[in-house]
Write a protein that binds this ligand. Structure first.
Ligand code: ZN
Length: 330
């Protein structure tokens, strides 16, 4: 009987690093996690990761069953296996860190790394709602706004490995554009990320005296989750925040359609839990703004992958790609 083989998937986030051991069917067999930020040197981060992995590797029958590792990380460069100038990572905020090589040396297996939104796109294509699709765009709505663009069945990496930064297209030009973490003004991310939504809430609350459940809170403490809860209770001002956010996203998607004519836009992340509250304004704004030849063609979908495991599955799919390319070579 052939023994099962596995890959390790690592969802490397600003706060937590979640590892999963995944089989070829996309089943997560074991997981573990460490804090991402608890280390000032990348070598210490890798050492702590390998220590945390040991027991779960034993659980599936030892290292000889593990064929590769895939990593989804902010500012990940697929071509070089590096994380470059990631503002939220203490051990990579001002440098280029060869994370794939470091893990490969420590574990003795091939390791591939990509941007976290690209990993989400590969995860959707392998296990999610994009199975069978060749042209689609995944948009991740979290602390930031990320994107993974698939055209003709291939992830778009561009000349340097960084293609697909749709969160940083300029939606509001000029001085009134909100200042973005990238140093520029008016990026999509400043309006449609979780922090952008909270900022919209504060702006709308300050602009009028309209009643809202959100007024019961200290404005500085409002999060996108509070907006979602208030909107769920029918709060008109909270719903207006979703209308504003969805309109911005829909207009952006209309422009993205002009670039790669996707058959679907797939939204991923906490904000999608608002369902139609966010999806309806996205679709309406898209239909109003898209070039007529594209109208009515693209589907607007919410990721079908379970939020907690989707990022790990996406990273593991990057690892399975490595396994497949080695098998093809041999
Ligand atoms: Zn930006």
């Amino acid at each position: 009987m052939q023994q099962d083989i596995y890959v390790i998937g690592l969802d490397l986030g600003g706060t937590n690093s979640v590892f999963g051991i995944v089989d070829a069917r996309g089943e997560i067999k074991a997981t573990t996690a460490i804090k991402t930020g608890g280390y000032s040197r990348v070598e210490d981060y890798v050492k702590a990761s390998v220590e945390a992995l040991q027991p779960i590797i034993e659980q599936v029958g030892g290292m000889e069953r593990i064929k590769a590792m895939g990593i989804g990380a902010p500012n990940g460069n697929y071509y070089k296996g590096t994380i470059e100038m990631a503002p939220n990572l203490p051990w990579a905020h001002d440098s280029v860190v060869p994370l794939a090589d470091l893990f490969s040396d420590a574990l003795g297996i091939p390791v591939a790394l990509t941007n976290d939104a690209n990993a989400a796109a590969i995860g959707e294509m392998t296990y999610g709602v994009a199975r069978g699709m060749k042209d689609f765009i995944v948009i991740t709505l979290g602390t930031g706004v990320g994107s993974g663009i698939v055209t003709g069945g291939h992830l778009l990496y561009g000349s340097d490995g960084f293609a697909g930064e749709l969160g940083h297209v300029t939606m509001v030009r000029g001085e009134e554009g909100r200042l973005c973490g990238c140093g520029r003004k008016g990026c999509l991310e400043c309006y449609c990320s979780a922090t952008g939504v909270a900022r919209t809430a504060r702006e709308l609350l300050a602009k009028s005296d309209r009643p809202s459940l959100l007024r019961e809170m200290n404005p500085e403490d409002i999060t996108s989750l509070d907006v979602s809860i208030a909107a769920g209770k029918g709060d008109a001002l909270a719903r207006e925040i979703y209308d504003f956010t969805g309109k911005m996203l829909g207009e952006a998607c209309a422009d993205f359609a002009a670039f790669s004519s996707p058959e679907a836009f797939i939204f991923f992340g906490g904000m999608t839990r608002a369902g139609d509250l966010i999806m309806k304004p996205i679709k309406e704004a898209y239909d109003r703004h898209v070039l007529p030849i594209f109208r009515g063609k693209a589907q607007f979908l919410i990721s079908g992958l379970d939020g907690a495991s989707a990022a790990v599955l996406g990273a593991s799919a990057v690892g399975w790609d490595v396994v497949a390319s080695i098998e093809k070579r041999d």
